[in-house]
Design a binder for this molecule. Sequence first.
Ligand code: 4NP
Length: 167
Amino acid sequence: MNPLPPATGEPYRVAMVCLGNICRSPMADVIMRDLVAGADLAERIEITSSGTGDWHLGHPMDSRAAAQLTSMSYDATQHRAQQFTVAWADRDLILAMDQSNLSNINTILGDQAKPGQVRLFREFDPLATSGDEVPDPYYGGDEGFTHVAEMVRRTCQNLLVRLTEVV
Ligand code: 4NP
């Protein structure tokens, strides 16, 4: 188990990153924020999300992703898509949904990336093996969103345990 980067200040800043910032990273953002708030850590852990692409900037979450979260009693209405840029180098932990996102993030950050800062989100999934990704549900059916939501929730639960060791 690789250690998390130590806190550089408070709050500890976590960024969830995918391609469009309308499906996977917003689901991780909403679910993780809810868990952090439920643990009374909202002032100590900041959760944000962005996408490396610019097609959906300012848009709300994909309606299928939002419907899935709403069915699980989360509030999906506040999300607006943002783009990942080098300005996000100030995050303590940057979690990529898939290998392609990871590669894009590292290209954007260049020498601004710090050791241990940019990782695969599913490194924290207790059911994953090394290198596993969150599959992109955008071009598939509704069942893909259900599958992603379950994967994201269990990963976020374990991530919260890990974060409590560094904040
Ligand atoms: P996301 O899914 O990266 O999970 O938000 C996608 C959303 C939109 C596109 C690709 C992936 N797109 O090409 O527009």
